[in-house]
Design a protein around this ligand. Sequence first.
Ligand code: UDP
Ligand code: MG
Length: 313
Amino acid sequence: MSKQLYLSVIIPIYNEEETILDLRNKLNDVLSPMGERYEIIFVDDGSTDKSFERLNKIKDDNVRIIQFQRNFGKSAALSCGFAAAKGEYLITMDGDLQDDPKEIPRFLDELTKYDMVSGWKFERHDPISKTIPSKFFNKLSRVLTDVHIHDFNCGFKGYRNCVVKNIKVYGELHRYIPALAYWRGYSVSEIKVEHHPRAHGTSKYGIERLLKGFLDLISVTFLVVYKKRPLHVFGSIGLLMGCSGVFICFYLLSLWFRGIKIGDRPLLMLGILLLIMSIQFISIGLIGELITNSRNNDDYIIKYDSYEPEKNH
Ligand code: UDP
Ligand code: MG
């Protein structure tokens, strides 16, 4: 199957033995009109139940199964699926049947207009302990990333192939794929999708998701906005502290010249602290610059090149 296909559906699977058969049947109802022009890539993320056996039962010419050595996480599974995908369009969806395959044609419609389409679980069937924090989280993500979608964490998403080949998803950054794509210059849209309660098994994420999600939000913002110039971030904080430190020390020096004792003033401690911290911040910025330069990865994407028209997107 090395030919280019029309559609790749990527599904991360971690202990979802009970839904796999049903999921394949539902996908078949929607995808069979495409004949051989589609593939479903199941990435078994180190399941410890019978998921892998079930996947092998449903294996056919349209199904590709990739099994991880151990559980590496959803982002790794998606990243692996992206690298393997041969479709012109890609859909990612969860393997627990909370996402409904019948929405796929709507994603494909929208992908004729946009590079990436994110699902929005408008009527969510999850416990309140998930939905309330998620609302707050999405709001914060909108403000920080400038991507105006309502449901960053929705696993149901659609992409043009060029988008996924140009973004790197690792750690738990799968939540921020829309931001990563948007910042690389791709258009991002959103459609409301139907969401079902989880019929079998349990959610793989607990409350710790909130904390990790927040840290990921900071790292993604930092990575994209300041990756190229760490010195701009750390250096400006360092300079600000340095200037305040110098100002305080000069002030104290002038007092000392006038014969006023300054040795026991807390302000002296503050001035010296600010000076030391400013040197530290500037040094961190410089080390950051060194690391960025040594990595030397391309930070641009070519949309058109008259010498290589076959590569144009
Ligand atoms: N998943 C995975 N690796 C993991 C955790 C989850 O591949 O380490 C898969 C899981 O099998 C499911 C999808 O990611 O297909 C979403 O997981 P889950 O339904 O537990 O998340 P929630 O719906 O609670 O956000
Ligand atoms: Mg789920």
